[in-house]
Design a protein around this ligand. Structure first.
Ligand code: NAP
Length: 243
């Protein structure tokens, strides 16, 4: 059975990816850092739908914890076929208000965390000469949203690392792509004030926010053989927001 590790899978987009990949037949590793009860809900949902999986607590910003997580996956399942680098945080702050702690935490989770997980997963995939890495980016990497200079910088880094990792890993049968969602209805959007929500909604040509399942469908497609010749790309999924 193929194995997919999904970081930040205790809710939102990560949860939808775990449920979708479990339905696709993968054993899913549900990573989280704090939300144990929510992560357990995800595992129960996977098991209720005849899937299989395990929980793995690790702060992706902690390289030792990531190594421990990947070791645990290998000792349980013996392989890693898919990594969805999804765990991420958003901390909207205008440049004049920016504090160093926010900057460090965003960089640590949204950038360094992706490197730690990709490196460890690629080392395991390398032995099999096959694997897929999906990096969760954001439309903020391409479309300027006031207050998101740090977040957008981290997601721009995700797009760039995706291209370079793809080039480095292609000779070993490992594909690396990114998905860049627009506004997706998850807890992450709760911090947006009501008037701003209306403004953002009006800017989406398709007239609705995306769902976590919309993103999970794209991730499932990128993992599959129909995308076997695609690597280094960032797939924008935003209802037309960036057009
Ligand atoms: P969310 O609902 O806030 O969920 C975030 C997930 O990440 C949670 O499972 C959380 O688990 C986990 N997480 C946070 N920090 C972590 C860490 N240090 N180590 C391990 N897990 C950690 O967010 P979401 O909306 O699903 O977003 C998921 C990804 O999509 C992020 O990379 C985000 O930037 C991207 N994205 C979201 C949107 C959107 O509109 N929602 C748009 C574009 C891109 P714990 O609570 O256990 O820490």
């Amino acid at each position: 059975m193929k194995v997919a590790v999904i970081t930040g899978a205790s809710r939102g987009i990560g949860r939808a990816c775990a449920e979708r990949l479990a339905a696709d037949g993968y054993a899913v590793v549900i990573n989280y850092s704090h939300s144990e009860r929510q992560a357990l809900d995800v595992l129960n949902s996977v098991l209720d739908n005849r899937g299989t999986g395990m929980l793995c607590r690790a702060d992706v910003a902690d390289s030792k914890a990531v190594q421990g997580m990947m070791r645990k996956v290998i000792s349980t399942y013996g392989q890693i076929d898919v990594l969805v680098n999804n765990a991420g945080i958003v901390r909207d702050e205008y440049l004049f208000m920016l504090n160093g702690e926010t900057l460090d935490r965003c960089m640590d989770i949204n950038v360094k965390g992706y490197f730690y997980c990709a490196q460890q997963a690629a080392l395991k995939m390398f032995r099999k000469k096959s694997g897929v890495i999906i990096n969760m980016s954001s439309v903020s990497s391409q479309t300027a949203i006031a207050g998101q200079s740090v977040y957008s910088a981290t997601k721009g880094a995700v797009n760039s690392m995706t291209r370079t990792m793809a080039k480095e890993l292609a000779p070993y049968g490992i594909r690396v792509n990114a998905v860049a969602p627009g506004f997706i209805e998850t807890e992450m959007m709760n911090s947006i004030p009501a008037e701003k929500r209306g403004e953002y909604l009006n800017a989406i040509p398709m007239g609705r926010f995306g769902t976590a399942e919309d993103v999970a469908n794209a991730v499932s497609m990128l993992c599959g053989d129909s995308c076997a010749y695609m690597t280094g790309q960032t797939l924008v999924l935003d209802g037309g927001l960036s057009l």
